[in-house]
Structures are given as structure tokens and as C-alpha cells.
Design a protein around this ligand. Structure first.
Ligand SMILES: Cc1cc2nc3c(=O)[nH]c(=O)nc-3n(C[C@H](O)[C@H](O)[C@H](O)COP(=O)(O)O)c2cc1C
Length: 338
């Protein structure tokens, strides 16, 4: 069983990944926030920095590409291959209107013939120029109906995809409501490729529930190659509790002092690299929005965080919170899986 850190644009860039890995080394892989495959066949400075091997030393990091053009995809894969990467992930899951109005991300799932042509052409070019690179896919269940995944899996089966990460929601569901872990379990036996589960793993209980569901499904099929516990990708659960994977593995629960030390190092690293106090403040405030869910008095924590006007103020407020607030007693039986 392997655990992947989900890509989260604007948050899990290389600075966050490095600090997280230093404090919580349990992750097997980090997927990078998407880079757009530009028609100009070039990369932005920020994208180059994020994939630079020196900025990912010691991490198993996988770059992700967002595109609907096979030629642009193949060009970007070639660049990434020359940089040293041996796996590239294709983003077929982004639900943001700025992406979907251009037919990319999860919107591509609604045009299956075009998607088939995209894969045909992409694999033809990749086979020719970069045959050593594995192409994995991050998909949603479909556009509006979770059962669309069956047809999508049949389509993916036609191509030499290395692995499929399934965010068990449709495009229309965005990030809301429960994830359809039951639908995910039901397609395990239909896929020719290994499937990785993603969606609403916030506590060890949900991870256990998924393993139990997958195990039950495995027992009902003759596909004994299906793992009872599929690999798992986790996003927001790890932003909230950076020690979540350790806890899932039966390790110690997150300690307040650990969270404080992690935040302190992250602050430091952002200060060194980001251009000026505004982006440092914005990044840390965004992270606090997720971390505040760990606390008994979440509203009080958020109120104090929001009031900070500079990174220095935020650091003082953060230390006060770590010294005076308590974690809520998690593991209360809540489960975000269907
Ligand atoms: C702020 C934010 C940014 C995201 N950026 C990306 C991205 O760049 N690429 C991607 O494939 N998914 C992206 N996602 C989706 C996550 O990778 C993940 O699939 C989703 O949050 C569901 O998993 P979770 O319930 O464990 O968070 C993003 C999600 C959030 C909340």
C-alpha cells in the first residue's frame, strides 16, 4: 500500500513538499500541481522552478500536465523526460471553470471520441520520442453521473497507461459532499491498469473503510490480482493534518509541538523564497484555513488568523494558538465516504 500526496495548485509547490517531507517522511510520492502544456512549447519560470531536480532532491515527485493537445503534451513530456522524470501524470480532473471552459481537465471526460484521439496520438509520439516514460492519469468519475466511470475505464483500457488515480467525484460535484468510494470499488475489476483511490480521506477511519470495501469487492471477483487495499492519494486531509499518513499506518497521532515546528519551518522557507511579505501571508493563511479544522475552537482560531496583517503578526498569533488551543477529539465516527 502506497500513499501519494495529491497535487494542489497554489499550496503543494516544491517549498511545501520539501518541508513536509522533512517533518513527515512517510509519504511514498508527491504529485506536483499541474503545469500547462503551452502551445508555444515553453515553460514559465514558476513551472521550471517547481520541476527543477535540485528543488525536489530526495523526494519521489511526479509532474502533472494539463492539456487537450497531444502535440503539446508530447512536447512537455519530452522536456520533463530530459529533466530526468520517468513518470508524467495527465490531469483529467480539474473542475475549475477557467480550465473546463477551454475543454481541458475534467471537461475532457465529456468528449470521449476526442479523448480517444488524444491518447492515440499522444502514445504514438511518446512511443517514438520518449518510450521510457510512464504516463499515468488522474481522472474524475465523469461529468455528471458517477457511473460514467465504467465507459471511461473501457476507454483507458485501450491505452498503455501506467496507473489511474480516480478522484471519486464527478466534475459537477467539484469538491463537495461525500466521495463515491463504492463506485470506485466497483470498477476495480474492470480496469486493465492499477487504480489509485482519491477523495475525502481525512481520518484513519476512512482509509480503513476504503480498504474494507475494496477487500469485499475483491472477494466477489475472480480477479485475484486486485489488491485488497489499493494505493491512496490524499489531498486536503494532509493539509489539515500533515501526519495523517503516519496515523493511517498506525503511528503516533499528531502532536501540537510537531505542528508548530512544521509551520515554523514552512514560514521560514516561504520567507526565503517568495517575493515579499504578501505571498508569504497569503500562503500561510490558506494553510491555516485547513489546519484550523484540527482545533476544538475552529472559529476562534480562524478569527485570530484573519486579523494578522503581516507575516510577523501571523507568526506571533500562530504561536499563541499553539500554546493555548487544543485539538478536537477526532475519530468521532464521521466518514466522508459513500
Ligand atoms: C486548492 C486545490 C488545488 C488543487 N490543484 C490540483 C492540481 O493542480 N491538480 C490536480 O490533479 N488536482 C488538484 N486538486 C485536486 C486534489 O488533487 C484532489 O484530487 C482533491 O482535493 C480530492 O482529494 P482530497 O479529498 O483528498 O482533498 C486541487 C484541490 C484543491 C483543494
Amino acid at each position: 500500500m502506497r500513499y501519494y500526496f495529491a497535487p494542489m495548485e497554489g499550496i503543494t509547490g516544491y517549498i511545501y513538499r520539501n518541508v513536509h517531507h522533512r517533518h513527515f517522511p512517510e509519504m511514498d510520492r508527491y504529485y506536483m500541481p499541474f503545469i500547462s502544456a503551452h502551445a508555444s512549447h515553453s515553460m514559465k519560470h514558476k513551472e521550471k522552478e517547481d520541476i527543477r531536480p535540485a528543488n525536489n532532491a530526495g523526494l519521489f515527485a511526479v509532474p502533472q500536465v494539463l492539456t487537450k493537445s497531444a502535440d503539446d503534451f508530447a512536447w512537455t513530456v519530452r522536456e520533463l523526460c530530459e529533466t530526468g522524470y520517468r513518470e508524467v501524470n495527465l490531469n483529467l480532473g480539474c473542475p475549475s471553470p477557467t480550465v473546463t471552459t477551454k475543454g481541458r481537465g475534467a471537461a475532457f471526460l465529456g468528449r470521449k471520441e476526442e479523448l480517444r484521439e488524444f491518447f492515440s496520438r499522444s502514445f504514438e509520439l511518446i512511443e517514438r520520442y520518449t518510450p521510457d516514460v510512464r504516463i499515468s492519469v488522474k481522472t474524475r468519475l465523469g461529468i455528471g453521473d458517477p457511473e460514467e466511470i465504467h465507459e471511461l475505464i473501457r476507454l483507458y483500457n485501450e491505452f498503455p497507461i501506467s496507473e489511474i488515480i480516480v478522484h471519486a467525484r464527478t466534475l459537477r460535484e467539484m469538491y463537495n459532499g461525500e466521495a463515491h468510494a463504492d463506485v470506485f470499488a466497483s470498477v476495480l475489476s474492470e480496469s486493465a491498469h492499477p487504480l489509485v483511490y482519491n477523495g475525502n480521506i481525512f481520518h484513519p477511519e476512512e482509509a480503513a473503510r476504503l480498504a474494507e470495501m475494496s477487500g469485499r469487492h475483491r472477494a466477489q471477483t475472480d480477479r485475484q490480482d486486485i489488491l485488497p487495499e489499493p494505493d491512496m492519494m490524499i489531498g486536503r486531509g494532509l493539509l489539515r493534518n500533515p501526519a495523517l499518513v503516519r496515523e493511517i499506518k498506525g503511528g503516533e497521532r499528531l502532536q501540537m509541538a510537531e505542528l508548530q515546528s512544521f509551520c515554523g519551518d514552512l514560514f521560514e522557507a516561504y520567507r526565503e523564497v517568495l517575493p515579499g511579505p504578501k505571498p508569504v501571508l497569503a500562503r500561510m493563511k490558506e494553510l491555516w484555513w485547513y489546519m484550523s479544522m484540527l482545533f476544538e475552537e475552529r472559529e476562534e482560531v480562524l478569527k485570530r488568523i484573519r486579523r494578522a496583517k503581516t507575516p510577523a503578526e501571523l507568526e506571533i498569533v500562530s504561536d499563541q494558538i499553539f500554546a493555548s488551543q487544543h485539538f478536537a477529539d477526532e475519530g468521532s465516527g464521521f466518514c466522508g465516504l459513500n
